[in-house]
Design a protein around this ligand. Sequence first.
Ligand SMILES: C[S@@+](CC[C@H](N)C(=O)[O-])C[C@H]1O[C@@H](n2cnc3c(N)ncnc32)[C@H](O)[C@@H]1O
Length: 291
Amino acid sequence: MTDEYALLDSGNGRKLERFGRFVLARPCAQAIWRPSLSQAEWEAADASFDREDGHRWRSRERLPDQWEIEVDGLRFRLSSTDFGHLGIFPEQRVCWRWIGEAVKSAAHPDCHPRVLNLFAYSGGATLAAARAGAEVCHLDASAGMVQWARGNAAANALDQAPIRWIVDDAHKFLTREIRRGRRYDGIILDPPSFGRGAKGEVYKIEDDLPETLASCRQLLTDRPAFFLLSAHTPGITPVVLENLASDALRDLPGTLSSGEMLLTGAPGVRPVPSGCMAAWTARATPRSRDG
Ligand SMILES: C[S@@+](CC[C@H](N)C(=O)[O-])C[C@H]1O[C@@H](n2cnc3c(N)ncnc32)[C@H](O)[C@@H]1O
């Protein structure tokens, strides 16, 4: 599978990454070590984003409004946003692969696993699940992000796939789904540290995540297949996610594992820890701690 993303270097609080034909330098608080490449190699980046004096890009004009890259066989439309995001979290690659396997193992000839993806952003997890044969409900509070994700579905010829696109606040939606008695075989969520719902509802992970997980538990079928929780919040470690997930799923027989998500590049390039995940499957087979 083609991979047009690579971490090239990191250090001094920044990361240098390749996204297709463009090399970008952006902030990376956890990269407190020294860079391996020279200053000249960093300065050769096509564009860079800083947060020091206000959020701003340098040489943004060198970047097209939009360009496409392929990661793990999935195509993503990228664009430089005012917040320094591009429309992809490459560290989620490990999750997309895991989701593909989990959906395939849950699939039966006459039934497509039903999957709910919350805080779904540009849709990487949605596309990984749909590509593997799932019926997916994709939820995000931002209409712009849901449109972006639909563009990615079209870029992967998945625009006709059974995907329900929802713009709403996660908690509002979960309450309604519980009332409707809807059930899912698999649930995926990647809550932000701090976020706003479609009508400005505040989401703070340390306050709201236990409730989100309890509501998700009520939406699982009697014999669910999988559950995947990830987060990018300092202080929320793999074990924190595993403890939270084991709380919510304690009555379900299965296997829970957790680990760090990493930004990676060619052999020899130091990986950058970038969030973490906890993964539950109904499969009895034990999985190693790092997924
Ligand atoms: C960290 S991003 C998720 C990244 C995504 N899982 C991925 O890897 O591509 C968080 C997303 O949550 C959405 N969001 C924030 N607050 C929300 C809320 N209260 N309800 C639903 N979505 C929310 C944001 O619009 C953003 O797209």
